[in-house]
Design a protein around this ligand. Structure first.
Ligand code: COA
Length: 153
């Protein structure tokens, strides 16, 4: 893992860098205004991983409704991948959601996105469904993955 790295709730100063990472990684990215609006969304929790100089290394976005949370996106800067940053972000998200009463986390992933699928399965997410042709640009099925949070997760 890169050191020193800090994971914290997304702040105003992170938004532009997160939008740039989002645009580089996804064919239907969240735009900067939509990401900024999440700062004022009481249902949202986005975390950012910063390096020692304050640059954004990665982020995870989520929205919760009572005991259910959806992960909206997870992304790590290409230069910082394979160093445990996504795993650390996901675990920190769980640690922050569990005390709020969240019991279940759900996410969708492109069926060809092997790195992300491996990440989620390593963290204990199980395949619970398939949405045929869910994604566009390019059209592709979505796997639906889910994790039940337990007291020791
Ligand atoms: C998927 C993504 C977030 C992983 O980020 P990362 O910081 O590189 O992942 P980590 O280093 O924390 O890896 C944790 C685990 O995920 C799996 N993994 C991550 N990248 C992998 C790869 N390229 N190939 C195979 N497994 C991979 C491994 O199981 C890894 O554990 P290990 O190192 O013990 O083998 C990153 O590749 C990314 O930003 N991709 C583009 C955006 C994206 O597709 N997001 C997911 C949308 S649903």
């Amino acid at each position: 893992m890169i050191a020193p790295m800090q994971i914290m709730p997304m702040q105003q100063r992170h938004v532009a860098e997160i939008a740039a990472l989002e645009a580089a990684a996804f064919s239907a990215p969240w735009d900067e205004a939509s990401i900024r609006a999440e700062l004022d969304n009481p249902l949202a929790l986005w975390l950012a991983a910063e390096d020692g100089a304050g640059a954004v290394l990665g982020y995870v976005g989520s929205q919760s409704c009572f005991e259910d949370t959806d992960i909206l996106n997870v992304c790590v800067s290409p230069a910082a991948r394979r160093r445990g940053i996504a795993e650390a972000l996901m675990l920190e998200l769980e640690a922050r959601l569990a005390p709020r009463g969240v019991e279940k986390i759900t996410l969708e992933v492109r069926s060809s996105n092997e790195p992300a699928i491996r990440l989620y399965e390593k963290l204990g997410y199980a395949r619970v469904g398939l949405r045929k042709g869910y994604y566009e640009k390019p059209r592709e099925d979505a796997l639906i993955l889910q994790k039940e949070l337990t007291f020791d997760s």
